[in-house]
Design a binder for this molecule. Sequence first.
Ligand code: UDP
Length: 475
Amino acid sequence: MAHGHMIPTVDMARLFARRGVKATIVSTPLNAPLFSKTIERDGQLGLDISIHTIKFPSAEAGLPEGCENRSSLTSPDMLPNFLKAIGMLQQPLEKLLEECQPSCLVADMMFPWATEAANKLGIPTLFFNGTGFFPMCVFDSIKRYEPHKGVDSDFEPFVVPGLPDQIKLTRSQLPTFIREGTENELTKLMDEVSESIVNSYGVLTNSFVELEPAYSEHYRMEIKRKTWHVGPLSLCNRDMKDKAERGSLSSIDEHECMRWLARKNPNSVLYICFGSLFNHPAAQLLELAMALEASGQNFIWVVRERKQTKLAEKEWLPEGFEKRMEGKGLIISGWAPQVLILDHEAVGGFMTHCGWNSTLEGVTAGVPMVTWPLGAEQFYNEALITDVLKIGIGVGALEWSRCDQKLIVKKEAIEKAIIELMVGEEAEEMRNRAQVLKEMARRATEEGGSSYSDLTALLEELRALETSKQECAAN
Ligand code: UDP
């Protein structure tokens, strides 16, 4: 029920359908239209794929009518009711599973009860949590060893124990529910998630083995579950329409956007986007605007806040900014066709909040990244980009927040990171490393590649399970 989870899940269903499997996407009435056109196009191409909607119980859970997606929550206080509404989907899902008797259910992490629902009917569940092996290993290590309890202050670095590389974090970069060790609806959910992993048939990951080999191995050893790499899932969007409409209708005409990029030299544009959920305060946007101007780089800047929080221009833009940046900078107010933009040869850098999808999309496009994590598991993903893969530079973000960011990153720090990423020898080296990963990512999803073969093995296993189930029923 959030773009960062729905986008890869829909891509995955489409990937399954392309491999000859009948796929049904379970969604809700207001979320389904976000991807229904793409699914219709797939259907016209002959794929056996469809959407089944279940009513979302907003009113029953005390939410305003029409509040069906995480991005429509206007305050963090609405989260408990939102989670309650999600939990109420268990019964209708059970009914659907009973009617359809699928060979397998893929369940996003936010529906840990789905594993139980499917297990009751003897249907194997594949757990999908939308992130990579590296962050899952960090999460597991912190939960197991609690290294943050051994430091004296929130800003003193500690090493995350037991990982293949030396990864350092600070307590301030951990989710508040881990940092404070308090019990609430989120900690409860995370416990249920861990339990559903154990009770699932295995774990599907939007990643490819060449990206984080030591970590997929580490995870497999620690969690003792079967795992399959099926990514990068964004690569299943091949034509322009699919890329342009992925996740939502974009706020800019895709052709206009491509024309703007076509006028720029290769690797000369910085693309800036902080995902589908986070809003920066006006004071932070102002520092970023000043840094962009001072850096002298071309940029495309996605400003979600302009639509979401309806900020007045004078609060977040220096006077005359848009006039001075004409031709040099393009502001997209709302939703951008991210994959389409990243894949353009003019784009040479990505300033990202390090959501897993964005991280992987940056890798897949072969662009180095300015990392600016804000919440969720994004600080872990930043460590993968900057310390392990060495294809990015941190802006110096220190504080995990849900959307009440207090520490403002100053113009000078942002400008420095942008210039180091876009210009000079180090930038070139990072770009070269990113290009190598891009090639690996593409090869992984082609016939014979690692993710392609992992999916083949999974489908064969599921078919064998189905056959033995039918044989058992016949005897
Ligand atoms: N996205 C997009 N256009 C936007 C903002 C986001 O296409 O303007 C997509 C992006 O490509 C990614 C997803 O939304 O696939 C965001 O997921 P991510 O895990 O990066 O971050 P989240 O939104 O969950 O914080």
